[in-house]
Write a protein of this length. Sequence first.
Length: 196
Amino acid sequence: MSSDAFQIYRDFPFFMEEELEEIFQAHEKVVFQKGDFILKEGKTANEYYILEKGLARSFVNDFNGNEVTTHFFVENEIVIEVSSLFQRIPTQENIVCITDCEFRKMDFDTFQELYHKIQNLSEWGRAWMSQQLFVYKQRSVEIFTLSATKRYLHLLEQKPQVIQFAPLKQIASYLGVTDTSLSRIRKELVSHPKKN
């Protein structure tokens, strides 16, 4: 299979070609519309997705009932709520499509079967999880150590699709700023791009 969505496996150098083929074949192509939920708060995740086309986000509702974006998923990233999927517990997060989306999906039972059958898949899983822990740790540190402008520029550099397609309110909540502050940051960057 030639889908770019599977590059996440191909980047791991130890897979044999037949292992990759078995993993690729275990994925089913699924399509969601803009606004569709992939996972809702209170439900237990039963699938593992790779985003092939589109943009999605995860969010929680804070104690006041406001949506707070916790993550943006862009093309060729894994869309997963790890705790819910692997601990088999209801999620606190929602995952929703910002645009029409195409995914490669594998159900939990199939994933578990392959995970135990293909040693390299479990090695790949450990490597992926370590890398994700690093990413989340980095993000939590940046919330306190970088200015809102720098956090915005970092998001623009890492995931330009988010700036292009996500509503301002969702981006602001992800960055930990108000809509008004984010509007001001955007205006300042347009007026004085060299200052930052």
